[in-house]
Design a protein around this ligand. Sequence first.
Ligand code: B12
Length: 156
Amino acid sequence: MNVYETGGTRPTALLAGPPSDAHTWNLLYLQLLMTELGWQVSNLGPCTPVRLLVAESARCAPDLVVISTVNGHGYHEGLTLIRSLRREAHLRDTPIVVGGKLGIDGPDDGSRLKRLRDAGYDDVFDGDGQVPRFQVLLDSVRHHARRQASPAPAVR
Ligand code: B12
């Protein structure tokens, strides 16, 4: 069980690029950012097969799964990917987010983002300038995970 206090275990994240996406520096950037913020990050790298993502998340039960994609296939591939992940019992309630450059015509009017959320992402970070909002999400997941990790007070 994770205990996110001094000396305890840090919150954990699985980070991956989807199967078609060969870009790497986006993943390294996020890995460094999250590590600096106190997370323990397992970076599965670019072009991560869905089977590997499913198997690794079963093995390490992360507090958060982060999908980063910049090659422009993010909307379409992101939909297929989240449907596959949410079919797995162990990933039904895990926070999963996607971000990067999701399309090829810039951030959209919101309708594609809504489809991604409706399909199962907890949040979507499309386009530049999303990192501050992502940090808020990280804080919120960390607090939630810490509450779950704390034993309930004894009732007398
Ligand atoms: C280097 C590069 C490549 C290299 C990648 C090498 C490697 N091993 O990484 C190579 C040559 C392989 C490549 C290939 C392609 N690329 Co390229 N590539 C780039 C380039 C020049 C730099 C990317 C980079 O490293 N940036 C540095 C990192 C740190 O920044 P970043 O990726 O933008 O990530 C930031 C944000 O997006 C954000 N972010 C990313 N993910 C997430 C997730 C979350 C949760 C959050 C909050 C934020 C976030 O945070 C990061 C820091 O700010 C960009 C153009 C550019 N100047 O950005 C094009 C670019 C990404 N490529 C592009 C394209 C189209 C391709 C190809 C399809 C080209 C082709 N026709 O073959 C292929 C796709 C290959 C594939 N299978 O994926 C387009 C994508 C278009 C779009 N989405 O609008 C870009 C934007 C170029 C362009 N202007 O058209 N590419």
